[in-house]
Design a protein around this ligand. Structure first.
Ligand SMILES: Nc1ncnc2c1ncn2[C@@H]1O[C@H](COP(=O)(O)OP(=O)(O)O)[C@@H](O)[C@H]1O
Ligand SMILES: [Mg+2]
Ligand SMILES: [Zn+2]
Length: 288
């Protein structure tokens, strides 16, 4: 059934009958959102802290646990999901009004601007309003279908992308904030935390990434730098601390190769750490 069924201007088969585009975008958006149980937006104040890595591994792990998952990359300046899932060069199927997300497995499909650019080095200069329109379309015009989870990978900061994402997904969308143990990142995280609250959404929790070093020689995690900043901040801000992920050369390697860590290295200390972070998401109660 197409998304326009039930709309005043729909064809008997449920497709949109309007030639000038959907008359009722809000109704269409509400229909799309009504088919998605949980919406999780991964963000941080800073770049390079591992948002895309964390978002992708959350999506992969949930899908391997049997959940239906969509992964939406709204980092329009530096989309990384196509590479992280080895889907570079894939093109979504498109019809006049809809776009199908690119499947990674039976349970996981993804959408990213990276799938739509002819050349990944293509310089894209996006003005705010164009970005906002694109992100709305990525939610509304993509045939996500029935999803247990939509995971969104944001660019750093508190700009147009996370704002539009939260506003489009609505107040039930929850933020997951990624930080590193270092102080600078922590200050930025404070801003992300209050940003999510200001928009009217809830923070599901905080992840401290690159926390300690997963030693390839002995398999244990060595705390060579300070750790725990994220946990302290979570406590101070009254949000859940989801856990810490060590700096692990295999995480970087799996990202470069496009084989998500959680698919191939679940049994390691880092895999367990990621599983710990994902457990509260896996156990979210169904929306009323
Ligand atoms: N826990 C980790 N251990 C080792 N490398 C990591 C870890 N998390 C992320 N990385 C690496 O750090 C770089 C930045 O990660 P990325 O997920 O792209 O960050 P962001 O999306 O926040 O900019 C990538 O090369 C990635 O492979
Ligand atoms: Mg990223
Ligand atoms: Zn060691």
């Amino acid at each position: 059934m197409s998304d326009c069924s039930g709309c005043a201007s729909s064809n008997p088969d449920g497709s949109c009958a309007s030639s000038s585009g959907c008359d009722n975008p809000d109704e269409k958006l509400q229909k799309t959102l009504g088919r998605i149980k949980h919406k999780i937006v991964v963000m941080s104040g800073k770049g390079g802290v591992g948002k895309s890595t964390v978002a992708t591994n959350i999506a992969v792990a949930l899908s391997l646990a049997g959940k239906k998952v969509g992964l939406l990359d709204v980092d329009v300046h530096g989309p990384s999901v196509p590479r992280l899932l080895s889907l570079k060069g894939e093109k979504p199927h498109m019809s006049e009004k809809h776009m199908e997300p690119v499947p990674w497995s039976k349970n996981l499909s993804a959408m990213s601007l990276g799938f739509l650019l002819e050349d990944e080095r293509q310089a894209v200069i996006w003005r705010g309003p164009v970005k906002i329109g694109l992100i709305k379309q990525f939610v509304e015009d993509v045939m996500w279908g029935d999803l247990d989870y939509l995971i969104v990978d944001c660019p750093p900061g508190t700009g147009d992308e996370p704002l539009t994402t939260l506003q489009t997904l609505g107040p039930t969308a929850m933020g997951v904030i990624v930080t590193t143990p270092q102080g600078v990142a922590i200050d930025d995280v404070r801003r992300s935390l209050s940003f999510v609250g200001d928009v009217g959404n809830r923070v599901l929790g905080l992840v401290e990434n690159m926390s300690g070093f997963a030693c390839p020689d002995c398999g244990s995690v060595h705390n060579i730098f300070n750790t725990g900043g994220g946990e302290e901040l979570a406590k101070e801000a009254g949000v859940q601390f989801l856990g810490r992920i060590p700096l692990d050369p295999e995480v970087a390697h799996s990202g470069d190769e496009g084989f998500p860590f959680m698919k191939i290295h679940r049994e390691t200390a880092t895999g367990e750490a990621m599983a710990t972070i994902i457990a509260p998401m896996l156990n979210l109660p169904d929306p009323a």
